[in-house]
Design a protein around this ligand. Structure first.
Ligand code: PLP
Length: 384
């Protein structure tokens, strides 16, 4: 097969071909209306976002990291408090815990799903207790778009009186046994970073929650801790708003988001069929739907880098999410790791390769990618 013109890892331009015209009008309207901060599009989008997943409340903010930070500020996290979270994730998940002087306790993931392993949570609690820390919350991550295994996690949080925060930056809109990510957890967060499944044209984020009290505190915190009005300061807050312009963009994007998740599903199924027995393809739990933020396969660790190079030579872009788990990163090494270490997280970081994934990946291009992976895997002697 000949190489297609240029394969995009995530093709944001392709989406513009579908909704570009409406989008341009929405942007221009917002600019002409001139209500750049907290214009009507923000509330309208918050309502649409909450409705999309069946959450009670949604509050827009400046980015997905702030969304997590606002959740932890709401809980009043302090030094001596701990939050359990996975190590195999994007840094923001643990970063916000450290912002507040609290301690992230890193827990192990499940090899098959890449998500935090409910079976490892007791060990994380014991580790925290041994360090004299009081665990207040658990942050799950819906990694690569697949919701974490929430039933056992919710039972664990209930039994140990922990607040459950779902970092759904990648998995917002995915499904877990009849529930939609965004509506799961005491607090859920998402990010509208352009490359996320529901992305805007810059930075943006949101917190979702079923609890009225949390909603009230977050609405205050994200605008400088405002009380009854802007110049009444009830608490120490931050400045973290979702821009009107980004909300206008997101209103157009969320209108096609359900359809895009369905399209991503088709792409993922074609990868699974085409790559079965060639590389280890990702597994989704029964009765769950991934938003396929990333399509991540595993290859033997001694072949991973050669595979990336060979695919690059065939014009197939790939990425590694994540090359190092957080507990091995300079900034996070000092934080406790649950049990006897995290061998699965470490091994996974050496095995993963993310393939191009977006809703508008054409069949012919995908066939080319599948063929390239098969040829390279054969050349390198990889057989699963
Ligand atoms: C992208 C991401 C974030 C942070 O979102 P930003 O909007 O970039 O701040 C947090 N957690 C996870 C898992 C992410 O993928």
């Amino acid at each position: 097969m000949t190489s297609p013109m240029k394969i995009e890892f995530i093709d944001l331009k392709a989406q513009r071909e579908h909704i570009g015209e409406r989008m341009d009008k929405a942007i221009l309207d917002a600019v002409n209306e001139g209500r750049y901060i907290h214009g009507p599009q923000v509330r309208e989008f918050e309502t649409k976002l909450a409705d999309f997943c069946g959450a009670k409340h949604a509050i827009g903010c400046a980015n997905g990291t702030d969304a997590l930070g606002l959740c932890l500020m709401t809980l009043g996290l302090r030094p001596g408090d701990a939050v359990i979270c996975p190590s195999f994730t994007f840094a923001a998940t643990a970063e916000v815990v450290a912002w507040l002087g609290a301690t992230p306790v890193f827990a192990e993931i499940d090899e098959a799903t890449f998500n935090i392993d409910p079976k490892g949570l007791d060990a994380a609690l014991e580790t925290a207790a041994r360090e004299g820390l009081k665990v207040k919350a658990l942050i799950t991550v819906d990694l690569f778009g697949q919701p974490a295994d929430y039933e056992p996690i919710e039972a664990f949080c209930k039994a140990n009186d922990l607040v459950l925060i779902a970092d759904s930056a990648q998995g917002f809109g995915g499904q877990y046994r009849g529930r939609v990510a965004g509506s799961i957890g005491d607090l859920a967060t998402t990010s509208f970073f352009p490359a996320k499944p529901l992305g805007c044209y810059g930075d943006g984020g949101a917190v979702l929650t079923p609890h009225d009290e949390y909603r009230d505190v977050i609405r205050s915190l994200h605008v400088h801790g405002k009380g009854t009005d802007k110049y009444d300061n009830a608490r120490i807050g931050v400045n973290s708003r979702l821009d009107t312009l980004q909300a206008a963009i997101l209103l157009e994007k969320i209108a096609v988001f359900g359809d895009e998740i369905a399209k991503r599903q088709i792409v993922a199924e074609r990868y699974a069929d085409g790559l079965a027995g060639v590389v280890r393809t990702p597994k989704v739990l029964d009765d769950c739907v991934s938003t396929w933020a990333q399509y991540v396969v595993r290859v033997p660790e001694d072949k991973r880098d050669a595979m990336i190079e060979a695919l690059k030579a065939k014009s197939v872009p790939t990425a590694v999410y994540y090359p190092k788990p957080l507990h091995q990163q300079t900034a996070y090494k000092r934080f406790p790791v649950s049990g006897n270490g995290l061998p699965i997280s470490e091994r996974t970081s050496r095995q993963v390769i993310a393939l191009p994934m977006h809703p508008y990946l054409e069949e012919s291009v995908q066939d080319y990618i599948i063929d390239a992976v098969r040829v390279v895997a054969t050349d390198l002697g990889i057989a699963d």
